[in-house]
Design a protein. Structure first.
Lengths: 478, 402
């Protein structure tokens, strides 16, 4: 490590290489604090070329590297390696180009999600994917995790809004992957690869025209079932709102304590429905919506952007707000088919009662993406373990109902052990083939996404020996 | 006062504070963000000694409290950093040069009489700045920022209400404000009086203790605070109006500092005027104004709308918003003296933002901010006139030009 550090120092400006142990420890975790590891060394490159050189050095020394943006990820995707280099892109935050005619912007990976919108908002454009942490999460991290957000129901995820990426491959080459490239969709493979296929150093994003009209409705229901029925009815009526978000009573309590969002009192659940598009269409959809939400005891419509922001503030701060009502908690992320929502929510309720662990529910109801917040007191012995059990059981529920173990937070280090529950050994081996095609040395974010060791007694790391698909003649190893 | 682990544990590491932190905006490093600093505090509480590196990151915090506004978990970073600074003063041995500068700052600024001795020589400061800067960047910054002082106006003990008396309030004259910006205090007293207040200005008041609180000088802070409380309690007022944001925010927390409630409430001038409601006639002021949120007003006291409403109610005055308004200008009490380079970079950033408004006049509730931004704009080759909110109101109420 010492010779590597010396080499890094000769490569980068003095203040871009961090080795002081106290400083290093501040990088020990991202938004998921449950897993911690002090990185061997942290570098803060300022250019793509510097990133490439650092990665090449890692190859020369056979040292693993992990990329980190703003460190807000919730699956531990940026968990450092004690024996590795943490490459932080937070100083690469220039918006390089805005091209409204082609509706695209070219940005560095450390630019925050919201900064893109802020740069073009006054000209009537915005960047559509909007994770709740949008004011701080970096676009590079969004690409790595294929981040979503409340408005992905109508507009799609990061993968639908990135046109091209300049990346540093795991062996240190600087290449550009473009949506327009003929052949395999390598950009599609790269987005959501959680740092295992390389590091994005320049991202071309699509900009959307701000809709002519936006109507944001807050509907308060007595029970979560009523809310769930309304969600199914909205989608069933053929309406595709920009967003349908639901929060249960406990989540509302937390948001209320944090940002005083003044949601209707006594609600068992609130739905936030946002309609956007041409004014005439929004008006017609709103009339339908009013009818569908007849079970709601209060229907509040935002009169202006300030009121809209107030409604969203409660929802967007919900994760961190839970800190107000619980000393510790786990943010879970799973997906179920919309139609299974009531059954799954009822089952979560049962789990919660059975283990004496409270669960607050916040979710993107429109696409069945659950974010149960499993609350516990870390001062209470055994509570953390019980919360883990509940949290894991919720993922089992998602799989049982034909859903997924992650909607938008990624697999990271936190959920790699659930991958075998969703995928067969052959599936996982095939994914490994893709990974190894990009990263033959296994240096890019090792230990994430895939369960290691895959088998008892197996040494963690790249597959040793011949892949079964190669052996059976179905695939060629590159 | 030692570091409270409970307050540290409130942080859930979400990172929502990062984009509003001035030092994170400058350097993009975890250790110089609120989340990173809280992590350092945690390390220290868990037994890691106060290393010079650690102390350096705490010293680099401006104490602007933008992170407190941004935090969804309600982390009391304001209290945490104050406790930490005390800890730094106790455990960290500073370099002799640094000690000398800090010694100078804290034995000078909180003492109006000592400041008064400087007044005659202040016209020289600007010319001396480059030479002093070569000897020590902090001295250079101090000289470069020194304002042209106006004639000292001795305020009477009581300024009577004009017209019908609606209230009786106390007024803090402060240390730097009183000595270097006497015109702001005079304007404040006139505005209050024109709005129907008897303004009680007790003698014997000095520094409120804010500078010491913000720098971890616990003992000095308590001494100065106790004296201020005594002076105003003796004056028998139930409200003390403050026109300097940093002072107001510290005085609002006297109960925590001294362990007892003072016998009066503390309000910022704009906060008080908004509550009182206007009676005096506003004369037109045809001027474009960029209003700058002083951190200790907007973040520490949550006073944002009142000054805008007061300014916006002046006929023909056009109010313009400054982009990135939540980010500190780098003045931050004594920060521009103790961390001159970071303060300068933040000042340049703010000056650029103010420049985009095209406004003729920069208004803020804190003279430190306006001095800092005006100096940064001069460096960038732009000029802007500056005024305190009180001065703008005073001009409008009296029907004189600014």
């Amino acid at each position: 490590m010492d010779t590597l550090i010396a080499a890094l120092r000769s490569l980068l400006p003095h203040d871009s290489v961090i080795t002081d142990p106290v400083r290093l420890r501040t990088y020990e975790c991202d938004g998921l604090t449950y897993h911690r590891a002090t990185p061997g060394v942290v570098v803060l490159p300022g250019t793509a070329e510097q990133v490439a050189r650092v990665v090449r050095l890692c190859n020369d020394f056979g040292v693993p590297f992990v990329a980190r943006g703003s460190g807000t990820g919730l699956s531990g995707g940026a968990l450092p390696r004690e024996d590795g280099v943490l490459i932080v892109t937070s100083r690469m935050r220039a918006i390089l180009e805005v091209d409204l005619a082609d509706r695209r912007a070219v940005v560095e990976p450390g630019v925050t999600n919201l900064a893109i919108t802020e740069a073009v908002r006054d000209r009537g454009y915005y960047y559509a994917p909007d994770p709740s942490s949008q004011q701080i999460c970096s676009i590079g991290g969004n690409v790595a995790e294929n981040s979503g957000g409340a408005h992905c129901l109508k507009y799609g995820f990061t993968v639908n809004h990135v046109e091209a990426c300049e990346i540093v491959t795991p062996d240190g080459d600087l290449v550009t992957l473009d949506r327009m490239d003929p052949g395999y969709d390598l950009l599609g493979a790269f987005i959501g690869s959680e740092g295992t296929l390389g590091i994005a150093t320049k991202i071309t994003v699509r900009l959307c025209r701000a809709p002519e009209a936006v109507t944001t409705v807050l509907a308060a229901f007595e029970s979560i079932e009523q809310g769930g029925q309304a969600v199914s009815a909205i989608i069933g009526a053929g309406i595709v709102p920009a967003a349908i978000e639901m929060m249960d009573a406990l989540a509302i309590e937390a948001a209320e304590a944090a940002v005083a969002c003044s949601y209707p009192e006594g609600a068992g659940a609130v739905l936030i429905v946002e309609l956007d598009g041409p004014a005439a269409e929004v008006e017609r959809q709103f009339a339908q919506l009013e009818e569908i939400c007849s079970a709601a005891f209060e229907l509040r419509v935002a009169a202006d952007p300030a009121e809209r922001a107030a409604i969203w503030k409660g929802r967007k701060s919900a994760f961190a707000a839970v800190g107000r009502i619980s000393p510790a908690y786990i943010v879970q992320d799973g997906v179920v088919p919309r139609t299974s929502l009531p059954a799954v929510l009822a089952a979560i309720d049962r789990l919660s009662a059975e283990h004496d662990i409270k669960v607050a529910n916040v979710f993107h109801a429109g696409d069945g993406n659950l974010h149960p917040l499993v609350l516990f007191d870390d001062g209470d012995p055994g509570a953390g373990e019980r919360a883990e059990v509940v949290s894991g059981a919720i993922l089992d529920l998602c799989i049982e109902h034909g859903g997924s173990i992650t909607g938008e937070h990624g697999v990271g280090v936190d959920k790699s052990r659930y991958m075998p529950k969703m995928f067969s050994a052959d599936d996982l081996d095939t994914m490994q083939l893709v990974r190894c095609a990009f990263d033959p040395q296994g240096l890019a974010n090792p230990g994430k996404v895939f369960p290691t060791p895959r088998l008892c007694g197996e040494v963690p790391g790249v597959r040793k020996g011949v892949h079964p698909l190669v052996e059976s003649g179905k695939a060629d190893q590159l | 006062m030692s570091l409270d682990p409970e307050l540290i544990n409130d942080c859930v590491h979400c990172g929502f504070c990062l984009p509003t932190c001035p030092t994170y905006a400058l350097w993009g490093e975890e250790m110089d963000s609120p989340r990173g600093r809280i992590h350092l505090m945690k390390q220290h509480v868990e037994g890691t000694p106060m290393t010079p590196e650690m102390a350096g990151h705490f010293d680099a915090c401006l104490g602007c409290m933008a992170c407190v506004t941004a935090c969804p978990s309600g982390v009391r970073y304001d209290r945490l950093i104050e406790q930490t600074r005390v800890e730094v003063e106790r455990q960290h041995v500073r370099e002799p040069r640094e000690r000398a500068v800090r010694g100078l700052v804290f034995s000078l600024f909180p003492y109006p009489r000592r400041l008064r001795l400087l007044r005659p020589g202040m016209w020289l400061a600007e010319r001396l700045a480059p030479f002093l800067g070569r000897a020590n960047p902090s001295l250079g910054a101090m000289a470069a920022l020194a304002p042209r002082v106006e004639h000292r106006q001795r305020l009477p003990r009581v300024v009577r209400a004009r017209g019908e008396r609606r209230a009786v309030v106390g007024m803090l004259t402060g240390c730097v404000q009183g000595e270097f910006f006497p015109q702001v205090n005079a304007a404040t007293a006139r505005v209050l009086s024109l709005e129907g207040c008897d303004v009680v200005i007790p003698r014997g008041q000095g520094c409120c203790g804010a500078l010491s609180v913000h720098s971890g000088l616990d003992g000095q802070a308590r001494r100065l605070a106790s004296r201020t409380v005594r002076v105003f309690e003796r004056a028998g007022v139930d409200t003390v109006v403050v026109n300097a944001a940093g002072c107001g925010s510290s005085m609002k927390e006297y109960a925590e500092l001294l362990g007892r409630e003072p016998g009066f409430r503390v309000m910022d001038l704009s906060e008080y005027l908004a509550e009182l409601g206007p009676v005096a006639k506003r004369h037109p002021l045809p001027v474009t104004v960029a209003y700058h949120d002083a951190c200790h007003l907007a973040h520490a006291q949550g006073v944002r709308s009142q000054p805008r409403e007061l300014l916006g109610a002046i006929p023909e005055l056009e109010l313009r918003e400054i982009p990135e308004s939540a980010i500190c200008c780098g003045s931050a009490g004594t920060y521009n003296l103790l961390q001159p380079q970071a303060a300068r970079d933040l000042g340049d950033r703010k000056a650029k933002a103010v420049g985009t408004t095209g406004a003729e006049l920069l208004v803020s509730a804190n003279p430190g901010c306006t001095m800092q931004i005006a100096a940064a704009m001069r460096r960038g080759g732009a000029e802007i006139r500056v005024a305190h909110t009180a001065e703008v109101l005073d001009a409008s109420l009296r029907g004189v030009s600014l």
